[in-house]
Design a protein around this ligand. Sequence first.
Ligand SMILES: [Zn+2]
Length: 399
Amino acid sequence: MLIFSESKAMASSKGKTKRPAGRRKGSGRRRGGVLGNRAVRRAIVGGWAVVVAVAVGFLLMRAMDERMPSIQPIAARDPAPVAPVRPSSPTDAVDSAPRVTARPVERPADIAAVPPPPPVAAEEQAYDSRPAWQRFAMAPPAQLGKKPVIAIVIDDVGVTKRELDSLLALDAGVTFSIMGYADNMADFARKARAGGHELLVHVPMQPEGNADPGPKALTLGLSPAEIRARLRWQLDRHDGFVGINNHMGSRFSADAAGMAVVMAELKARGLLFLDSRTAAGSVGEEKAKEAGLPTASRDVFLDNEIGANAIEAQLVLAERRARDKGTAIAIGHPHEATIEALARFIPQAQARGIVFVPVSTVIARRSGLDLPTAAAAGAAAGTTAGPGKRSELPPRPRG
Ligand SMILES: [Zn+2]
């Protein structure tokens, strides 16, 4: 539609192109000369158009003859406009009727001249084609049924390194959100996934007030291109994650235009979005849904107040939410007090029938999406994953 109206506009503007009015004034004095010049110019232009058309036609014919023996010659008698033939991909050649003719021009020449994308290698097609959030999801425990589930997410992972070992010792149901700008996290990420922990990338976004969200934060006033560039910079530094959640972001996450740019990039990468919900006015979950992403919002912050009793009280709140609604998402931070509280609370809650699951499991449940069970994931890995891109859903060690 856009292309059509653009080409219409081009055609009409071409039709309107006339000599400047100034040239017509006083043309009586040198009419013969002007006419003569015009005739010569027309002849030259016409001649060149014919030459160019014949040359282009000849080159296209030669190029296409190699692949399509029965192609019809491109008509060269109509010198303008020269009809560029849409570059045909190998599949075009295969599925075309025996007599392939030059396609009518529907697109501007510069688009038509873009070379076709390289053919997809057969082994590439054999790779796991599920979106990244499913490929990198940790399977929930088997026989989950309708048991109340809690997803614990630890944010800000990797800003300092001293707590990493104690995080890895936590139950596999704890998800880690690695700070987008954190360095040297590949080893931790590998160990975490090997231990059954799911990963997010924690993307800094502008808060209300003057707190510094950190390098490459998404802030108001950035162009969409710069938002994309900063997000890509963070996503490209890490591997094996199912999606992102926001670090801070009470200001940016309320900006519909900025969040829409974020969601478009996540959608293109097959990732999910967890709204940390640092502000009541966040449009994160709403924009993620609009973009068709699996998404959910945090229910409970565990350690706004850092202390054993306060954190325990928040964990109880999460348990109550899970019993009432079936699922709960709780976010904490790598404080010693939080890690210790989790290490105490998780086995007690498990004894009461609570199941701790990767965050993707809760998001899938809330989004009405299926998540592969451990068994199904194994089967999928065996049949659809290609070399070097395993679906990476190891059985989850529990305990
Ligand atoms: Zn954070």
